[in-house]
Design a protein around this ligand. Sequence first.
Ligand code: A2P
Length: 278
Amino acid sequence: PVPNVALSDGNSIPQIGFGVWQVPDDECFTAVTSALTIGYRSIDTAAIYGNEVGTGRAIAAAGVPRDELFVTTKLWNSADRPWTRDRVLAEFDTSLDRLGLDYVDLYLIHWPRPMREDYRTIWQAFTELQADGRARSIGVSNFQPAQLRTIIADTGVAPVINQIEVHPDFAQAELRAVHKELGIVTEAWSPLGQGRGLLDDPTLTRIALERDRTAAQVVLRWHLQIGNVAIPKSVTPHRIRQNLEIFDFELDAAEIEAIEALDTANRLGGDPATFDVG
Ligand code: A2P
């Protein structure tokens, strides 16, 4: 079983989840079905991924009791303003319909910047969704420290999670320290560095060889040991399985330190300070 991480609202989230970014809707059914069969209990999707329908169909078909699942989706931050309370609630309903669910475990604001100051209105509406139980937990994604502090000051409600890009060569130590101060869990997107060059790094491949693991498993183990929740994505069944087989070994202090030395601030995705949509 996958260990859970406690959230500040009293709920908890499996420390490894299955991410479906860039998985087309028709493939998503197969991928999520594999993940649920292999033992994943947390699935991370988003309205903009276009695969909430496939995700929901796989959830329905798998027959896992709803209360054993943790389903995350995200509000798309169209720059088409203004964002009002009612519009947020309508977007949420549409996501629930597509998923075929009557609640989600976690609802996130996807990116803060395209909505400009409207992210504050959106967060107010999120607190209503949580109060009526349809979003059991509420959080954000790609938020910067000032934005986190603003929504907390506005509402007194802290996001339980900030889902951000983190991998060993983009370790985000400063932002993670802010999260710790504010009681926010760090959830890592692209935790494997998108499976690109990072997994061939000599330090990681050396540790992997010594531990009889893969570089991907070593990276995921690093996430666990620094307290992150991680949502690796794969459409390959043996990798989906491998990415969950990380609870029976531990990196030692020297290995963690060696991995920490890999940080080159190598951002692969959008920069929250500038990320915009038309
Ligand atoms: P694929 O989906 O073809 O299996 P991230 O989660 O950081 O965005 O990384 C996702 C990318 O990493 C995907 O291209 C995925 O490929 C690849 N990947 C996922 N798990 C592994 C693994 N265990 N070993 C190697 N590559 C992996």
